[in-house]
Design a protein around this ligand. Structure first.
Ligand SMILES: Nc1ncnc2c1ncn2[C@@H]1O[C@H](COP(=O)(O)OP(=O)(O)OP(=O)(O)O)[C@@H](O)[C@H]1O
Ligand SMILES: [Mg+2]
Length: 301
């Protein structure tokens, strides 16, 4: 796959910072130009076994956690049963769902490191029926080191997920911003990877390394692994730079880029404070609509 992240930089012209007037922005919007009608998902008559998807990008602050919460909630609206796994010691996924994980005695760390603790022992329901969470807190930071001396260290998460896999349709894993052993565990347990990508030039550079890592894990540990899609986040139609970066991502990755893009809006930081997904916090917002579209795309894969 051709990665053009290292090609000449997309130079931001000064007028980038100026919002464009009237309808011209939408006419030139490469994301809008790719929009096609999405198929309505079929209702399910039974649940499981889950498709496991890792939400992964070693770059920080690109929207991994936001996408995990809101895609999960949108899949639940489609009648899917979803488990969200917080695999980041920062515990942002747990906080974003209103779970005070820093006070919990048992988290994903215990399920990974203790043979007598199962994932079912540590998962908690959220306020949204059909959406469960495996919380994490700072304890998990020790796992990265402790796992190194374990037998089959890369398969630890795969093994512990086996217990609950039949109960869910989707298991989404929120990875931390690194390509360390925890992330390799997520990639080994998953059959798909969603790469949230902020539409700015430096984001492109990191994707080449991430794709390389995904290919290595596929070769050595998990032949089933595929990139489910690249998700453009914090998309701002008004800036030329953002639109050019998006066009370049589509040039490099083609149909692997989801047609749904997540626009930059203050609604998302608000949801973190509220401890709720956008689908319940601002159900009629364009952000909620975008994640509903993304859920349709993911179900159609
Ligand atoms: N579409 C968006 N518009 C505006 N702000 C956003 C959007 N998506 C995410 N944010 C905000 O950007 C910040 C980073 O988002 P998020 O935590 O989802 O990224 P992350 O990739 O999980 O970060 P980390 O690498 O630290 O885990 C958060 O404050 C979040 O509220
Ligand atoms: Mg995060």
């Amino acid at each position: 796959m051709a990665i053009r992240g290292d090609a000449a930089p997309v130079v931001a012209r000064p007028r980038d910072t100026e919002p464009e007037m009237g309808g011209s922005a939408s006419k030139q919007d490469p994301a809008r130009a790719r929009q096609r009608p999405l198929p309505e998902p079929k209702p399910l008559t039974q649940h499981g076994p889950a498709q496991v998807i890792a939400m992964c990008n070693q770059k920080g602050g690109v929207g991994k956690t936001t996408s995990t919460i809101n895609l999960g909630a949108a899949l639940v609206e489609q009648g899917r049963k979803v488990l969200l796994v917080d695999l980041d010691p920062q515990g942002a996924l747990s906080v974003g769902l209103g779970v005070p994980a820093q006070n919990l005695d048992r988290t994903i760390y215990n399920a990974l490191m203790e043979r007598r603790t199962t994932l079912a022992d540590v998962r908690v329901p959220t306020d949204i029926p059909g959406l469960d969470l495996v919380p994490s807190n700072i304890d998990l930071s020790a796992a990265e080191v402790q796992l190194v001396s374990e037998v089959a260290r890369e398969q630890t998460l795969l093994r512990v997920l086996a217990d609950v896999r039949d109960e869910y349709d989707y298991i989404l894993i929120d990875c931390q911003p690194s390509l360390g052993l925890l992330t390799v565990n997520a990639l080994t347990a998953a059959s798909g990877v969603i790469i949230p990508l902020e539409c700015e030039f430096f984001s492109l550079r990191g994707v080449a390394l991430l794709v390389d890592t995904i290919e290595k894990v596929k070769e050595r540990l998990n032949p089933d692994l595929e990139i489910s899609g690249i998700l453009a986040t914090m998309y701002d139609t008004r800036t030329v730079h953002c639109r050019e970066v998006f066009s370049r991502v589509v040039e490099a990755f083609g149909d692997t880029v989801f047609q749904t893009v997540i626009h930059r809006t203050v609604r998302f930081p608000e949801t973190t404070v509220a401890g709720q997904p956008i689908t319940t916090w601002a159900p009629t917002s364009s952000g909620a609509a975008a994640f509903r579209d993304l859920a349709k795309e993911v179900i159609a894969l």
